[in-house]
Design a protein around this ligand. Sequence first.
Ligand code: ATP
Length: 398
Amino acid sequence: MFLIFDFVGLVAVMLLFILYYKKAKKLKEMIKNMQKDLKEDGEEAEAEAEAEERVVVVEEKREENNKKKLIFMGGVEAEFELNDLFKAPAEGLGKGIFGNTYKAKLEGYMGVKSVVVKRLRDLKPLSNEEFTKQVNMIHEHHNHPNLLPLLAYYYSKDEKLLVYKYAENGNLFNRIHGEKSSKDRIPFRWSSRLSVARDVARALEYLHINIGGIVPHGNLKSTNILLDEHETVVVSDYGLSSLVALPIASQRMVSYKSPEYQSNKRVSRKSDVWSYGCLLLELLTSRVSVHSAPPGINGVDLSTWVHRAVREEWTAEIFDPEISKQRHACHGMLKLLQIALHCCDKSPEKRPKMTEVVRVVENIKVVDESEDEDLSGDPSDDSLSITAPAMVAGDQRL
Ligand SMILES: Nc1ncnc2c1ncn2[C@@H]1O[C@H](COP(=O)(O)OP(=O)(O)OP(=O)(O)O)[C@@H](O)[C@H]1O
């Protein structure tokens, strides 16, 4: 009996031992599997985090690259890249209030395509959004044959560029004053001057109706009136006044030289009208206006000078001899002088609106220049000197 009990007890102990061994093994395997799962989970999480980080980096890079891109206006596909501009042979055109202006010659357009790049300086502190809003506004309202279109822009914290079409035939300043007393000078006849006066008036009227800001142009002067490859007049630098910091604007922009800014520090659309009047006086007299003279060139306060000429009775000398000898144009010249003086009135309220100016300039009859006799040096021609005083001293309203 004892033997049987011993044997059964031994078998039971052995069975218990085997059971325990199996359980322990299973438990060990479970722990091992759990550890393995945990490790795999960790690796997966790490991989996921790494992938997420990679996506962020790629997006940041893309954004950075986008920021380095020229943005073409009106969603137009990029014709050239920023790098093309930097690599292109460049010619400095001058330094204006917005900074340096370059002509860049881009190769590979079945020849060479020239564009003008303005590197903007002394701007108000503007975020990308504010800057973009302003240039989009300029683009939206450029839709006029006498306004120079903006092609593209670039914004970064340290560099802001505007890219324009290059106007092949230069600016009005050089057309009026260039090559004076040189055999190479191409005469700037009355009919051409009248069409400049008309086209600039139309462009300014369009800006006054369509573009926001206190002074829709703000810097109307002969270096900002350009002539393209077809000799079409295109006005440039419009809509930029609100980008410039006030101290710079008041020192350098033409509208801020107006009598109202000198007396009460205020400018308005009528300050653009005043600038237009000064431009007409420059066009008629071929004298440089003190308010828009390029650095290093002396100018004259043309409105004061014209009034003095009338008072002191040397009115015939007001007009540029290049046009005053065109006898048939005399009436038109006097009419344009009348408009100019009305626009230059010291009191902004008395100046006409651009719509009114356009109507009157368009009514000036274009004369047949072939009928003109050359009156140069003809002392008997006093038609201008007789008529001008009556007009200037009298009613200047349009
Ligand atoms: N798109 C263009 N095509 C041809 N010439 C241009 C163009 N834009 C500017 N210019 C010329 O380049 C020169 C420099 O121009 P910029 O606008 O920098 O100065 P500005 O007109 O002299 O003065 P401001 O900055 O006060 O307008 C000027 O002689 C101007 O007529």
